[in-house]
Ligand binder design. Structure first.
Ligand SMILES: Nc1ncnc2c1ncn2[C@@H]1O[C@H](COP(=O)(O)OP(=O)(O)OP(=O)(O)O)[C@@H](O)[C@H]1O
Ligand SMILES: [Mg+2]
Length: 125
């Protein structure tokens, strides 16, 4: 996923949160790596919604898989298993829900950081 695109989405809703960008990057990477979204013809959708002046919800919607987003206890020698720990650390809350059958939406509530201007209420794509 183009980080510049997501950065642009955040800007549209008036947030310059680097943490939100990082969380979205982790969630999108998971969608590509762990779900059918990573197969040919797969899709991911990214949604960024400003809930109020200080809070945004970022969300990545994938095509589903055989697994579920699960916090791992990565040891020092493990190369993987840290992405959702990072999300847990940076988000005030996070979770997932199924939609449209097997598809999965993984979301995180984030501090909007420096808000400026009164632009649109949300930056859905
Ligand atoms: N969107 C998703 N759908 C289904 N399973 C998921 C999804 N996201 C994560 N998972 C599961 O949760 C586990 C933990 O994800 P996490 O991002 O913490 O680690 P990782 O992706 O395996 O490694 P890393 O992010 O450190 O490169 C994954 O190994 C995978 O089994
Ligand atoms: Mg990951």
């Amino acid at each position: 996923m183009a980080r510049q695109f997501v950065k642009m989405l955040l800007t549209v809703i008036g947030s310059d949160s680097g943490d939100a960008l990082l969380v979205l990057t982790e969630l999108a990477a998971n969608a590509v790596r762990h779900t059918y979204s990573g197969l040919p013809g797969g899709h991911i959708r990214v949604r960024v919604v400003r809930l109020n002046a200080g809070l945004i919800r970022v969300e990545v919607l994938d095509d589903g898989s055989q697994s579920l987003p699960t916090l791992r206890d990565a040891s020092l020698s493990d190369a993987c298993g840290r992405g959702l720990r990072l999300v847990e650390e940076l988000a005030s809350e996070w979770g997932w829900r199924h939609f449209g059958g097997q598809r999965c939406a993984v979301w995180a509530l984030m501090n909007a950081s420096a808000l400026h201007g009164q632009k649109g209420e949300n930056g859905d794509v």
